[in-house]
Ligand binder design. Structure first.
Ligand SMILES: *[C@@H]1O[C@H](CO)[C@@H](O)[C@H](O)[C@H]1NC(C)=O
Ligand SMILES: *[C@@H]1O[C@H](CO)[C@@H](O)[C@H](O)[C@H]1NC(C)=O
Length: 499
């Protein structure tokens, strides 16, 4: 069973006759030339090629102009080749070569595929949805169809200067209505962004038969609500570098499609463009300007506008104010609060459109840094003080000593209380040793202080004792009171003298 396919293979190899043909396939334009070589490993007595509907014997004693000529090292070498010139469109198809069989009188032949290129027709680009105005976030489906090419044309997609590589489906090649030609179709799905606005979506067709690519284009009009030009969602903008008593221009660069309408609100006064000097107060005149469209070659994209409020001149009160700016178009609105500063722009690098944000970001970053720094410092100071005050923590030597002390104490407590778990006892000891020393002493004196309070008439005597014990650590107001009672007949006078 297994021998059967092998036998079949051998049979095919013998019948197709050990002829090696090169190339096996070639694409040529009309008028170009092609060399085809067939080779066997024995000397041959003749060589014949078939091109289109004609059959030629080569080399020929009397070739006609335009006939193929012999190509190869000679029939003795087993080489049967043809140099074909001035290729005609009708020759599209198989090219054959025939040579005699090594033994016997039959002819054997071999073929290669000659594709005579035929440039495709003009590409067709269909974008849906079909209306002109598209919205940011919307997904468009674009289909490019290139008819009647041979071989099928090659499609690439471009948006502005950039090639689109994502969102493409594989090209689909189908037989054209015209026999021997192929149509090719490719689909692109793309989510629109503001950056796509005013760019050309192009389906570019390249083909061997074309000197320059063909293109089908569509300009995109992608609309979106107004926003800050730098893409920041921060609603506050600070304008730096204004000078008191000089004219000041509050420029805010925004992006919007279509153009935004502008409304400024300053100290409850509404300022609209087209009403020059619309708020003359006693010191200065405020004028809202119409949006100024920035030239597209000076901005990273389309839809950039400068929105400007002119203060002539800037007064010191103006610096204190907030300037509320509302921008709107049919897709939405954006409110911004503009503040002024007479300081220079911090960190004056980066592109013109990002300057303001960079200023803000740096400021915020610095504040966060300072706060974090202070917190770390406080924590460090606290840890050191704590460790020193309790004579514990962080000091390896101290820790060992504490342990011995604790175990001693705990055993004491255990015996005193009688049968309590030593863990709990040592915990109690630890807690006490962590507490400030002053309180520890108070605790220690408490039992003694309780007794005199119980026999309260004679508290005077015990108060003296308490005074003696406590003076070393803290001067106690109660002890002065007791002293008054003991030694003085007129408490009021002593009080006065002490104060
Ligand atoms: C605002 O724009 C004008 C140009 O229109 C420029 O001269 C001025 O310096 C800008 N002002 C600020 C604060 O950026
Ligand atoms: C637009 O505003 C920016 C500040 O946001 C300013 O630097 C620039 O000069 C302005 N350009 C024009 C043409 O007014």
């Amino acid at each position: 069973m297994a021998a059967f396919p092998a036998f079949l293979l051998l049979f095919v190899a013998v019948v197709s006759g050990q002829i090696q043909i090169t190339p096996r396939e070639a694409v040529r334009q009309v008028g170009e030339s092609l060399d085809v070589l067939c080779k066997v490993n024995y000397p041959i007595s003749f060589c014949r090629v078939e091109i289109g509907r004609e059959s030629y014997t080569i080399p020929s004693n009397s070739p006609a102009p335009g006939d193929p000529t012999y190509y190869g090292k000679g029939l003795q070498e087993g080489e049967c080749g043809a140099h074909i010139t001035n290729i005609k469109e009708a020759w599209n198809g198989d090219v054959y070569c025939s040579v005699p069989q090594q033994i016997g009188s039959r002819e054997i032949k071999q073929s290669m595929k000659l594709i005579v290129a035929r440039p495709p027709g003009n590409p067709e680009l269909i974008v849906s949805p079909q209306q002109n105005e598209l919205k940011e976030g919307e997904t468009i489906r674009a289909i490019c169809r290139v008819p009647r090419g041979r071989p099928a044309a090659n499609i690439t997609w471009h948006l502005g200067e950039e090639e689109i590589l994502n969102g493409l489906k594989p090209p689909v090649i189908t037989n054209s209505s015209e026999p021997g030609l192929e149509d090719v179709t490719q689909e692109l799905n793309k989510v629109l962004t503001a950056d796509d606005d005013q760019k050309q979506l192009a389906c570019r067709v390249s083909h061997l038969g074309l000197n320059r690519p063909l293109e089908a284009r569509r300009q995109l009009d992608v609309q979106y609500p107004p926003r800050r030009a730098d893409g920041s969602s921060d609603e506050q903008i600070t304008i730096f570098g204004l000078k008191i008593q000089e004219d000041g221009r509050l420029n805010v660069t925004v992006r919007s499609n279509p153009e935004p309408t502008v409304e400024w609100k300053v100290s409850d006064v509404t300022l609209l463009p087209g009403h020059p000097n619309s708020h003359p107060n006693e010191n200065s005149v405020w004028t809202a300007l119409h949006p100024l469209r920035l030239p597209q070659d000076e901005t990273p994209g389309s839809g950039y506008y400068n929105i400007t409020l002119v203060l002539s001149p800037v007064t010191s009160e103006d610096v204190e104010r907030n300037y509320f700016l509302t921008l709107s178009n049919k897709h939405g609105e954006k409110r911004l609060m503009v503040k002024l500063s007479t300081l220079e722009q911090p960190a004056a690098q980066a592109s013109i459109l990002r300057l303001n944000v960079y200023g803000m970001e740096l400021e915020a970053g610095a504040i966060v840094g300072i706060v974090v720094g202070i917190l770390i410092l406080l924590l460090a100071v606290f840890l050191v003080v704590f460790a020193k005050a309790t004579d514990r923590w962080c000091f390896a030597g101290g820790r060992g000593r504490d342990h011995t002390k604790n175990s001693g104490e705990s055993s004491d407590t255990e015996s005193a209380v009688g049968g309590r778990p030593s863990r709990l006892a040592s915990l109690g000891a630890r807690v006490r040793s962590v507490l400030p020393r002053g309180k520890d002493k108070v605790q220690a004196t408490e039992p003694q202080a309780d007794k005199p309070l119980a026999e309260d008439k004679k508290g005077v005597v015990y108060a003296e004792l308490a005074l003696g014990e406590q003076t070393s650590d803290k001067p106690q107001p109660p002890s002065t009171e007791y002293a008054e009672i003991v030694y003085t007949e007129q408490p009021k006078e002593t009080k006065e003298t002490k104060e």
